[in-house]
Each structure stands twice: as C-alpha cells, then as structure tokens.
Design a protein around this ligand. Structure first.
Ligand SMILES: O=c1nc[nH]c2c1ncn2[C@H]1C[C@H](O)[C@@H](COP(=O)(O)OP(=O)(O)OP(=O)(O)O)O1
Ligand SMILES: [Mg+2]
Length: 219
C-alpha cells in the first residue's frame, strides 16, 4: 500500500518554503522521473508553526498540514545542525538560531560568535583540516527527518539521516545553503558547500534520509 504512495505521484509535493531543499529534492526525484512542487506553489496554505521538540515531530506536523490542505500526499523535511561544543544546539532551532526571520548569513554569524565566545577548538590532528589555516571549532552533525503523509489514509512513512562533520572558523565554497559553508567533511577533505548537488546528495543527511525512505516504500 505504501508503495503506491509515491509510485502514483508524477509530481511530489514537498512541504517546504526552503529553496535549497526544493533544489535538492528536485535533483534527487528527477532521477525517479518525478517532478516537485513546494509551498511556493501553494501560497494560500498558511504558515505552519514548527512546535515540535524533535525533527521527526516537526516533519510530521509540516507533512500533515500540507497533505490535509491539498488532499494529496505530502513529503516534509525537518532538519538542522547539532554542534557538539554547544551541547547539540541549535538542533530543531537551527532555522531561528539568530531569531525569527533570521537569514542563513545571520545564523552562520551567530554560530561562529557562540563558538568563539566559548573558545571552542579541536586539535588539528582531529581531522583532515582545510589547507588554508582554518581552525576546527567543534564536531557537528546534520540531521534530516523526513515524513511522507497520505491524507486519504492518515498513514505516515518516516525516515532519518545524518552526516558528521566539523565546524570551521571560516567558510569553504558557495554551493548548498544554510550552514553548509561552515561544515567541513574531514573524510572527503572538502566543505559541504564545495560539493555539487550530486555529491552532496550522495553523502548528506537529506540524501541518507531519502534513501532510507525509498527503501521503506519499496520494501
Ligand atoms: O543541507 C543542509 N545544509 C545546510 N544547512 C541545512 C541543511 N539542512 C538543514 N539546514 C539548516 C538550514 C536551516 O537553518 C535549518 C532547517 O530548518 P527547517 O525548519 O527544517 O527548514 P526551513 O525553515 O529552512 O524550511 P521549511 O521548514 O519550510 O522546510 O537547518
Ligand atoms: Mg522551518
């Protein structure tokens, strides 16, 4: 039954207003022959308050509100950054870290200011560091929770993905979105914002979550 949830849809509604997420889902789902719509295509749907205390809860809230409003299945992504030196913050508050309506630049600046105030630093040996003298500030993890909701049955299918990295004291690359410029991948020796959409999708929290979701749907 859940198999049909996506196989019947030529266009998948992604319950997001984040243009960076839309691009990544469009790229990934294009390979399955599917188009993507987002909340930008449905401006009549009111803002959805993200009142959950977990990524999974917020993903379910966004998927349900959107699916119920449209009467078709909706896929939602709630994601964010957990920074070890900050005890896991900003976590579910990642989008509003520097306040309501904060831009990615505001949030990145706040993250660097907080880590600087703590004097947080990792030993150089902790990872393959960038070759430009960047300091490694803290271990971190991106988390992505996906929820696919079918308003016709009330059914949810959910999956999560993560990717580990290190926050650097300066940006690397100008791809991606959000905290990508400050997120260094020691295993690759590159920054997340230096990866192509294809490369990011192969290793990212969102890519991992999507693989797990598709495996569930096909399993
Ligand atoms: O791949 C990523 N690369 C960098 N940063 C990322 C990524 N994935 C999530 N993030 C950051 C952006 C935002 O600060 C927060 C998501 O917050 P989150 O509420 O899930 O998304 P959002 O408010 O931007 O759009 P929406 O809720 O309409 O889907 O984590
Ligand atoms: Mg949000």
């Amino acid at each position: 039954m859940s198999r049909h949830l996506l196989s019947d849809q030529a266009v998948i509604v992604v319950a997001t207003k984040n243009a960076g997420k839309v691009k990544e889902f469009a790229h990934a789902l294009e390979k399955l022959g599917k188009g993507v719509q987002s909340l930008h295509d449905y401006p009549a749907i009111p803002d959805i308050p993200e009142t959950g205390v977990t990524f999974a809860e917020n993903a379910r809230i966004k998927a349900k509100a959107t699916g119920d409003a449209l009467g078709v299945p909706a896929l939602a992504d709630d994601s964010g950054l957990r920074v070890e030196a900050l005890g896991g913050e900003p976590g579910v508050y990642s989008a509003r870290y520097a306040g309501e309506g904060a831009t990615d630049a505001d949030n990145n600046a706040k993250l660097l200011a907080e880590l600087k105030a703590l004097g947080s630093a990792l030993p150089e040996a902790a990872a393959a560091a960038p070759q430009d003298g960047s300091k490694l500030l803290s271990r971190a993890q991106f988390v992505c929770a996906l929820a696919l909701y079918d308003p016709r049955t009330g059914e949810f299918v959910e999956a999560e993905g993560t990717v580990d990295g290190i926050i650097t004291d300066r940006p690397h690359g100008d791809g991606g979105f959000g905290y990508d410029p400050l997120f260094w991948l020691p295993g690759l020796g590159r920054g997340m914002a230096e990866l192509s959409k294809e490369e990011k999708g192969a290793i990212s929290h969102r890519g991992e979550a999507l693989k797990a979701l598709l495996a569930k749907l096909n399993g």
